[in-house]
Design a protein around this ligand. Structure first.
Ligand SMILES: [Zn+2]
Length: 106
């Protein structure tokens, strides 16, 4: 009797929910984070201001808790000024005693 085959396409205004969240990817994977001058105030107890003069954070160890402690001033890494920059040709980073090209995954 009534074949329902005559449908107008009125459902063309949907399906755009939750698909715009995929725009935020790991864009900071190229940024290099370095920790420069130590800013820990060693004279905070006496009300003064004195830093230890550490110029750049150098990890005490390759990983673990030692990697968060500066080998020069023994302060935690968070005390050092955080600098985020692009990867440059500056190869001043202390290389760990492991052969390079160990984790090159793309
Ligand atoms: Zn320090």
């Amino acid at each position: 009797m009534g074949p329902q085959q005559d449908r107008p396409t009125a459902n063309a205004n949907g399906g755009a929910s939750g698909a715009a969240e995929a725009t935020r990817k790991e864009q900071e994977s190229k940024a290099v984070v370095r920790y420069m001058q130590c800013q820990r105030n060693h004279a905070a107890r006496t009300g003064g201001h004195a830093v230890d003069g550490c110029r750049e954070f150098m990890a005490s160890g390759p990983e673990g808790a030692a990697a968060l402690v500066c080998a020069a001033c023994e302060c935690h890494r968070s005390f050092h000024r955080r600098v985020v920059g692009e990867a440059s040709a500056d190869c001043d980073f202390p290389a760990p005693p492991t052969p390079p090209a160990a984790g090159d995954r793309r």
